[in-house]
Design a protein around this ligand. Structure first.
Ligand SMILES: *Cc1c(COP(=O)(O)O)cnc(C)c1O
Length: 462
């Protein structure tokens, strides 16, 4: 360790009131468990995991303020007061006029895709997200990637690698015509690119171009508070603005947002779709009763809406969001300093190992990232997930595998759950594995589900 006194130390901006013990297991035990799970970390039992970095989705630790809100759940079927409180907070912090709650992000994506996409229309976006693209396709749309090229390069240090390539968006408009474009989705930061942010400048340009052609802009606002923090840190003119101000300005350049509350909003379940257009709201509110529940609960209990409404207030405070992103940065720095190939710059919610460089000798068709996640579990009990070939799935028209440029393992940081010490342990484990990387072998897929295959696919060791 370097001399600690040279750096200003930091610490978690909370203290711990309740603990959940962790189970320690042996390597032999974990070898057996990963084999039983078909080398898919999604198929492990959580109790067999030591440090769980599978996802930051719904894995958040709630505060005493949120838990207190849980006790104030108004479980009326219609018109729950928790719904109105959530609506107030969405208006106040996001700025959209109308709110439809959903059980989680994909519920919102389903409703919006079905309302806005006509068969064979195109839906451009800054890199795909698994559930978002699937709902667009199920609604009859064709996803088109319009992210800048740097996003596909794990070593480019572009500060806003999530940006939309305005020229690619314009080219698509010229090629297919604006009426064939359902809307454009902007995700910020971009999960699949490694949590890379989008600049305010870029969002403004997207909005201007879309407006010129009458195309709607839909924000995937799932982690937009993290994005706002990156803007505050990296973009000229935003240093003295609060994350709350930046976040709201960013939302103002879009017409609608889908949201997974399981990320930014510090809850275990919940989501929403929010819009400015009354007619679209009417349609969404009609559709939600088919798929989720009445428009004032959308598949959630009143208490869940209360926890989410309170989560907005907490998450958006500068000291909370900066801790969140900087904790991820701390973990990334440990790995980088050990010489481990990771995606840079480190994003807002996770550190991504570059499996193409980590397991250089394993060809992509033998799923190096899938294997790396499995090996890390066996090595240490740390659970990560694949973001490469398996996640990318197959082209719906040709049936061929997609071969994404990025073949990554995601080590995702749940909010407020682990301390610095857990990340020291996880980084140590990755390093141990890196030292013996040459002996690793690939995998063969033996079971492949039709939709979102990464969740349930099974593999055999080669
Ligand atoms: C998680 C996520 C979703 C989907 O939300 P769920 O709550 O998991 O259904 C959509 N977009 C992004 C960027 C996400 O990270």
């Amino acid at each position: 360790m370097e001399n600690q006194t040279k750096h200003k130390p930091w610490a978690e901006p909370y203290k711990i009131k309740m603990v959940e013990p962790l189970k320690m297991t042996t390597r032999e035990y974990r070898e057996e468990k990963i084999k039983e799970a078909g080398y898919n970390t999604f198929l492990l039992r959580s109790e067999d995991v030591y440090i769980d970095l599978l996802t930051d989705s719904g894995t958040n630790a709630m505060s005493d303020y949120q838990w207190a809100g849980i006790m104030l759940g108004d479980e009326a079927y219609a018109g729950s007061k928790n719904y109105y409180y959530l609506e107030d907070n969405v208006r106040k912090y996001y700025g959209y006029k109308y709110l439809v709650p959903t059980h989680q992000g994909r519920g919102a994506e389903n409703l919006l895709s079905q309302c806005l996409i006509k068969k064979d229309q195109y839906v451009p976006g800054n890199m795909y997200f698994t559930t978002t693209r699937l709902h667009q396709e199920l609604a009859g749309g064709n996803f088109v990637d319009v992210i800048i090229d740097e996003a596909h390069n794990p070593v480019s240090d572009h500060p806003f690698k999530g940006n939309v390539d305005i020229q690619k968006f314009q080219d698509l408009i010229n090629k297919v015509g604006a009426e064939k474009i359902a809307y454009i989705t902007v995700g910020a930061p971009v999960n699949m690119a490694g949590g890379q942010p989008v600049s305010m400048e870029n969002m403004k340009q997207v909005s201007e171009l879309a407006k010129k052609y009458g195309i709607k802009v839909v924000l995937d606002a799932t982690r937009n508070m993290e994005n706002a923090y990156f803007i505050q840190k990296r973009e000229a003119g935003y240093k003295n603005k609060t994350v709350a101000e930046i976040h709201k300005e960013f939302c103002s350049y879009s017409d609608a947002a889908t949201m997974s509350g399981k990320k930014d909003l510090l809850v275990n379940i919940g989501g929403f779709v929010a819009v400015n257009d009354w007619d679209l709201f009417e349609e969404l509110r009609n559709m939600v009763v088919v798929y989720e529940g009445l428009h004032t609960y959308g598949g959630l209990a009143g208490r869940d809406m209360e926890a989410m409404a309170r989560g907005i207030e907490e998450a958006i405070r500068d000291e909370n969001i900066s801790f969140r992103v900087e904790q991820v940065g701390y973990f990334g720095k440990l790995l980088k300093e050990a010489g481990i190939p990771i995606v840079e710059p480190v994003g807002g919610h996770a550190v991504f190992l570059d499996a193409k460089r980590f397991y250089e000798h394993i060809p992509q068709i033998e799923f190096p990232a899938q294997k790396l996640a499995a090996d890390l579990y066996v090595e240490s009990g740390v659970r990560a997930m694949e973001r490469g070939m398996v996640s990318a799935g197959r082209n719906k028209n040709t049936g061929d595998h997609y071969y994404p440029k990025l073949e990554l393992v995601r080590l995702t940081v749940p909010r407020r759950v682990y301390t610095q010490a857990h990340f020291d342990v996880a980084a140590y484990a990755v390093n141990e594995l890196y030292e013996k990387r040459h002996t690793a072998k690939g995998l063969k897929m033996i079971y492949e589900p039709k939709y979102l295959r990464f969740f349930q696919a099974r593999f055999e060791a080669l």
